[in-house]
Design a protein around this ligand. Sequence first.
Ligand code: RB5
Length: 146
Amino acid sequence: MKIAIASDHGGFDLKDIIVEYLKEKGYEVTDYGISENKRVDYPDYAALVADGISKGKEELGILICGTGLGMSIAANKISGIRAACVSDSFSAKMAREHNNANILCFGGRVVGDEVAKTLVDAFLEAEFAEGRHSTRVDKIMSFEKE
Ligand code: RB5
């Protein structure tokens, strides 16, 4: 599975740890930056990952900022994106199973390295449950056409 990832300066250290973790687990990773620790505007990096997912270049994405909030708000403005900001693994799993989320967001100033890895595992190993959840997700996506 191909995973897109990016962070701003609030998630820079954690991003590198997660990139290595994903590679160790055998995922193919597209790292959209940042590549050095400098102050940037998180919407620019949310857009890079969201665009990759939206165009089918990668299947799922991970965005890390200070809280995960700005990244998720920005990514959710891009067509086809369902970004979930979480800090516990149950929510990360449910984001895939019930909401068919395609981007996982979390905060480098909120979760530690090991908790972040549990979020990533829970998200990437879960699958969309479909059925009644498809109807609900379809309703969400219909808002994009209004
Ligand atoms: C950057 O200071 C911070 O605002 C950003 O990383 C993020 O937490 C925004 O939601």
